[in-house]
Design a protein around this ligand. Sequence first.
Ligand SMILES: CCCCC/C=C\C/C=C\C/C=C\C=C\C(=O)SCCNC(=O)CCNC(=O)[C@H](O)C(C)(C)COP(=O)(O)OP(=O)(O)OC[C@H]1O[C@@H](n2cnc3c(N)ncnc32)[C@H](O)[C@@H]1OP(=O)(O)O
Ligand SMILES: NC(=O)C1=CN([C@@H]2O[C@H](COP(=O)(O)OP(=O)(O)OC[C@H]3O[C@@H](n4cnc5c(N)ncnc54)[C@H](OP(=O)(O)O)[C@@H]3O)[C@@H](O)[C@H]2O)C=CC1
Length: 323
Amino acid sequence: LTLLSQQFSQTESWFHRSAGLQSGSAPHSQLFPPAEGVMLPPESFKNRVVFITGGGTGLGRAMATVLSQLGAQCVIASRKLDVLQQTAEDICSRTGNKVHALQCDVRDPQAVSHCVDQMTSLTGLPDVIINNAAGNFICPSERLSPNAWKSITDIVLNGTAFVTLELGKRLIQDQRGASFLAITTIYAESGSGFVAPSASAKAGVEALYKSLAAEWGRYGHRFNIIQPGPIKTKGAFSRLDPTGKFEKGMIDRIPTGRLGTPAELANLAAYLSSDYASWISGAVMRFDGGEYVSMAGEFNDLRRVTPDQWKMMEAMIRSTKGS
Ligand SMILES: CCCCC/C=C\C/C=C\C/C=C\C=C\C(=O)SCCNC(=O)CCNC(=O)[C@H](O)C(C)(C)COP(=O)(O)OP(=O)(O)OC[C@H]1O[C@@H](n2cnc3c(N)ncnc32)[C@H](O)[C@@H]1OP(=O)(O)O
Ligand SMILES: NC(=O)C1=CN([C@@H]2O[C@H](COP(=O)(O)OP(=O)(O)OC[C@H]3O[C@@H](n4cnc5c(N)ncnc54)[C@H](OP(=O)(O)O)[C@@H]3O)[C@@H](O)[C@H]2O)C=CC1
């Protein structure tokens, strides 16, 4: 079984195989195929403990899978214990490495402290912490109740802060270094209508991580941020594009012509959390197929202009004399 798991971890995983060309992708996305397989050398995370919030589903599950394939002992934590246990079992049966499931509502600092106590008994303190848990839904801001605002900002900003502070303090006490990674979003930088609580909270997370990168380097702690663009997960798309009507428009504005894949995100997260990235701290890595700059550039809609239309426009411009 161990041999089989090792062979498996060195080749490709179940979810990598499913990461082919997605329906709705532009033809030129063939030029940007999502790479299959695990990027880092096998056993890059051997003897390492990785703690991932929201690790039972979507991108958290993908990151746990890759890190487990690379030899890590993973601890995944969120509210739904049954979901976590199923994921832990699935990953462990495929990689042969232990995955622990712990119930934890990150909004509750006491629950976070209890979860860290449990993890300490199971695995000891982690070497890698990935703050991935989040809540979000689209809603016009004038329809938001105070509790709607609070439900998102409590998970995203307070939850990340409670987890980071609890683990940070204990690691400092034990004189242990660690890599902290936060998963934010491209609109943490720009802000975005219709997801104002998420945008505000994610921007807060980025400020927290940049602050701690400066403050806690002296304790051996690195802090980095990944800002993903759209990656199809049930959690995100069911709450942000419930009718499925916006997906095509979204793909049209991504220069690489497709959505990201969980496997691609997981490889980047593994790299940033690994020793290969030990000089990277305070970094914000945009991971969006070019969507952010594509939405920002004033003239980017000119992509729709045909060669004939360019000929005509150039003639008009050249014929202009004076101002
Ligand atoms: C142009 C179109 C673009 C399409 C985009 C498509 C794809 C995505 C592209 C990019 C994505 C970028 C960023 C993504 C960021 C993410 O974070 S995605 C991850 C999303 N995953 C989750 O949200 C998982 C966890 N979520 C939840 O558990 C719940 O959704 C919730 C966050 C609501 C928390 O659950 P719970 O604590 O049980 O809360 P309640 O149900 O009790 O609700 C609390 C209050 O919030 C109000 N509320 C709930 N839903 C809505 C809603 N849809 N609209 C308005 N208000 C809502 C609820 O009424 C409660 O308030 P009151 O007590 O009633 O006042
Ligand atoms: N998919 C995308 O396109 C993008 C995603 N992101 C970010 O990626 C991350 C993962 O999102 P994704 O995988 O798509 O969506 P999911 O909904 O699958 O992931 C969110 C996870 O957070 C957990 N969670 C929610 N509330 C709490 C809580 N109070 N305490 C502990 N855990 C909680 C959920 O588990 P449970 O319900 O068991 O608590 C769930 O596993 C998020 O940070 C999201 O903001 C950013 C940009 C784009």
